[in-house]
Design a protein around this ligand. Sequence first.
Ligand SMILES: Cc1cc2nc3c(=O)[nH]c(=O)nc-3n(C[C@H](O)[C@H](O)[C@H](O)COP(=O)(O)OP(=O)(O)OC[C@H]3O[C@@H](n4cnc5c(N)ncnc54)[C@H](O)[C@@H]3O)c2cc1C
Length: 444
Amino acid sequence: MSADPMSSLPPELADVTYRPGDEAYAAAATVYVRTGSPALVLRPRTVEQVAAAIHQAVAAGLPLSIRSGGHSVQAWGTNDGGLVIDMSAFAGIEVLDDDRVRVGAGARWGDVAGTLGTHGLSLTSGDTRSVGVGGLTTGGGIGWMVRNHGLTIDSLVAADLVTADGRALHLTETENADLFWAIRGGGGNFGVLTSFEFVAQRVTTVHAGMIMYAPDDVPGLLDGWMDAHRNGPEELNSTLVLFPELGDPMPPAGLMGLVCYAGSDGAAAAAAFAPLLSLGTVRMSQIDEKPYADVLEEPHPPAGVRSMASNTLVERVDDRVVDAVDRYYAGGTTERMMFVRQLGGAANRVAPDATAFAHRNVEALVLGGLFAPEDTSDDELLARLQPFEEFHDLGVGSYPGFVATDLPEDVERIYPPATLARLREVKRANDPANTFRNNFNIAP
Ligand SMILES: Cc1cc2nc3c(=O)[nH]c(=O)nc-3n(C[C@H](O)[C@H](O)[C@H](O)COP(=O)(O)OP(=O)(O)OC[C@H]3O[C@@H](n4cnc5c(N)ncnc54)[C@H](O)[C@@H]3O)c2cc1C
């Protein structure tokens, strides 16, 4: 083993190796939440180079990060002193035939939506343009079509993976089926994914926008919001954001319903939105028909602040959950905010053991978050998030994409015991040395 990652680089990596000072190094070392200082960034362009890059990390005994879109909220796409495999060269987006599409792991969802849109197609994914295909897909994928078209992994029919020992494997329901099961929710634990094949949806335009409410009757509004979804069509997708007083230029504390009727039928969309528009005190609303790609946005986190978040998936937003939301939000008088994201529908029609995302009987994802000044320590951030703890007893587990903590109990919250046991078996068979550990780690 060599401690110097530069001393023994194989020739096939020479053209794709970046060091401090290179422009490509800086771009890959920086992720959504921080700037890392890896010893080396490798940006492979071929599957063989991916295998060589993994081999390099193992041979040099270096920590390894896999980076696709760099939006892990734990900054797992970068590190200090280790090696980053930057997948941004694997960014192809191809329509293979009819509605089957192949997407590179390093592509971004905004580009995927834009390209597929020109073919009259869309793919159920997330809400943010710059999030990467690799990270979101391996976590599950919750977005604006989740209730009528399921999680992103529910549209996945094949994937290509390079394992810790350099095998290039094609994964489907029948080929390397254990790994195909495991990568659909099991994160980056099993190797480096280079590309994915999905069956896309024939969704062109959607009706989307926002409804702003005063925070005067949170329990009544949340009850009504849930009923409108329970009784409404699965095309109705939404996130209810409960935000505190954030100061100028933000609006005063209140509730913002982000809504998307994932279909182009205007009359059906209006009927689906009508119950929402008759709830509470509506301050304003704006809903338009637009191409699906235009619903995805770029995040604009407030400058000079750090954020922290945790979430729980609930089977039903019942009275106990409504009461807990009301108390956590406290009328918008604290720094805390909350998101209630609608699930159910198609995402629940997949068997719990069909993929490593096992929570298939849930109605909503409840996320508690907060913003704090930039110099707030990790411990202090966690302490401020403490009031969210009670939600874990009200839910059945957590969604990894929105867990910003890195606590010993997080993995147990994400994977129910049977799923975790099966994931461990697949991990032992394919990565016994735990080469891929910069993630919600499945210990072999
Ligand atoms: C602003 C923002 C908005 C978000 N919105 C949504 C949303 O709407 N819906 C949703 O479901 N999630 C959402 N997320 C969560 C997001 O899905 C996860 O953070 C995801 O891990 C990001 O993927 P990435 O490729 O951009 O991240 P990266 O930091 O590049 O990767 C994160 C981790 O995923 C694994 N990984 C990534 N690529 C590969 C690969 N090619 N092979 C193997 N493992 C890989 C690795 O463990 C890696 O460390 C959001 C996150 C942010 C920050």
